[in-house]
Ligand binder design. Sequence first.
Ligand code: HSE
Length: 322
Amino acid sequence: MNIAIFGYRGLVGQELCKRIYPLMNDKIYVYTMRSTDKLHKKLNRDIGKFRFLICCCTSSLAYQLLKITKKIRWEGYFIDASSLLRYGKTIVLDIINKQKIIQCVKEGQKIFCGGNCTVSILLTALGGIVGKLYIEKLICNTYQAISGCGRVMINNFIKQIRSIVIKEGACEYYIENKPCPRSLCFNISTWIGDKKAEEEEKICKETNSILGSDIRIYSTCVRVNVIRCHSEAVIIKLSKDISLDTFRKMIRKKYTKIVSDTPDDTKRFLNPIYVSKKKYIFVGRIRKLSPGVFSMFIVGDQLLWGAVDPLIRLYYIIRRII
Ligand code: HSE
């Protein structure tokens, strides 16, 4: 029951290849998505070799790939990291919906998709609350890393940094002169998406889809000049009042690290550089604002938590069932 990884050269694909340990002697095959014609041929040749196909491509390439697998009536498990299938299929986040995933597998579902990275990070942080207390309202403002846009954007960003000539009398120079407003260097971008600010819509829709809920969610998503790790400032309103201590205990789970609300610990641990490549969601600045209302700041490695780890764990779940 081998695994095929499509789009293995992208940031998500590379991370997946590094982190997946095939079970029970399964082997990994890797493919690029450069030419769909060649791909069609390769798939016809290789399709019998694998039972799992993990797609780490854009939604349009994922669509092509899904179309080909349907055409050749492949019956394996298609696991997609893009947003292509998120509003029809079960969005996989085993920390929240493992039982549902198991049920879907047992009922014969073969197509699954991972959630938006920002949503997976948010819900992993809230995992201890979900199902125990009713969430009335969520405000989630994000500070998203450039790697969320892929390799090309990181390379553009590096070029922008390189093009900056360091001047004498730096402070005065940089106060007076500004780079191009679209630059991410010394800047932020307050719109994530194309025509629509899609990231904000995804946070609302996907969170409610995974939880099967109808929570009022408000969000503003911002791209900041960080290479890796998304950060989120969250305010949560619960239907019931609990103490700050109880709230903290509920957030403390297998996949979270609580950062104490002191200047030293916060500056040291609650930032994207520290959190990069860590297999935990870091949660700090936890404060009680009013009865039932709490705020916190979350930092998580979106390549791992958002994109890759939930899909790897899905493979393990399915593989142990079939
Ligand atoms: N939608 C995310 C972003 C991608 O734009 O940052 C996942 O990292």
